[in-house]
Design a binder for this molecule. Structure first.
Ligand code: ADP
Ligand code: TMP
Ligand code: MG
Length: 204
């Protein structure tokens, strides 16, 4: 089962990981909506750096949205947490500092259900902290897959196709695409690869 019962009264931590476009944000929104149907008080947070769509919403690549509070750092969560909140959602967990680990442990110890979505690996294919540590301490981990843009296989990696060398660079389809292990090239200069290899209808 990918989701715990929302009737459970004790706190716990759920983590949703995978490559870009694997449906992490959609899954976070789905779980949040179900908790809202159960009439539980829910709050969603995201790092302020994720400015791709609206500032006060979490938005999936297919434009599904839910209201969210942007945070400059994870410690700010204490300034905004409503005492009635039972479920906390956090998107783009990879952009927060390692302190997120202590904070979500604290929230779960207080009896809250915490759902964190984020990238497990960066464009180099390396673990993208703090998500791997959050996976280790979570009660429940869901690893999702996108569709490889080269061959259509399940994609576990994110290929950088434009931009610089830093680990953190906000972007979407202009900079990143989903790839399977076979077609993932962990280099920034992979954007110079032969574009004729691109998947087409005739060459799936
Ligand atoms: P994530 O947060 O993991 O990046 P989202 O939940 O925001 O993913 O978006 C998932 C949606 O992205 C899919 O439902 C689909 O509409 C779209 N999408 C775009 N490219 C791909 C791809 N290569 N594989 C799967 N879905 C894709
Ligand atoms: P997404 O997983 O919801 O699509 O968003 C991932 C965000 O992370 C997006 O803004 C691009 C960014 N990103 C990095 O900063 N570094 C990386 O190595 C990768 C793969 C993505
Ligand atoms: Mg997302």
């Amino acid at each position: 089962m990918s989701e715990f019962s929302y009737f459970q009264t004790r706190g716990w931590i759920e983590v949703v990981v995978g490559s870009m476009y694997s449906g992490k944000t959609e899954e976070l929104i789905r779980r949040v909506r179900r908790a809202q149907f159960a009439k539980l008080q829910v709050q969603v947070f995201k790092p302020v750096i994720d400015n791709r769509y609206r500032a006060k919403e979490v938005t999936s690549h297919n434009q599904n949205t839910v209201d969210a509070m942007p945070l400059n750092n994870i410690e700010e969560i204490w300034d905004h947490l409503n005492p009635k909140t039972r479920v906390v959602g956090i998107d783009e967990g990879q952009f927060f500092s390692a302190e997120i680990v202590n904070i979500v442990q604290d929230l779960a110890d207080r009896g809250l259900r915490v759902i964190i979505a984020g990238l497990d690996t960066d464009w180099k294919g390396q673990p993208f902290e703090p998500m791997p540590t959050l996976m280790a301490i979570a009660e429940n981990v869901t690893k999702q897959h996108a569709v490889c843009m080269r061959c259509g296989a399940p994609a576990s990696r994110t290929q950088k196709i434009a931009g610089g060398n830093s680990q953190i660079e906000v972007g979407a389809t202009e900079s990143y695409e989903a790839r399977c292990r076979e077609h993932f090239v962990p280099r920034v200069d992979s954007r110079h690869e032969d574009k004729s290899e691109q998947m087409t209808e005739a060459n799936p």
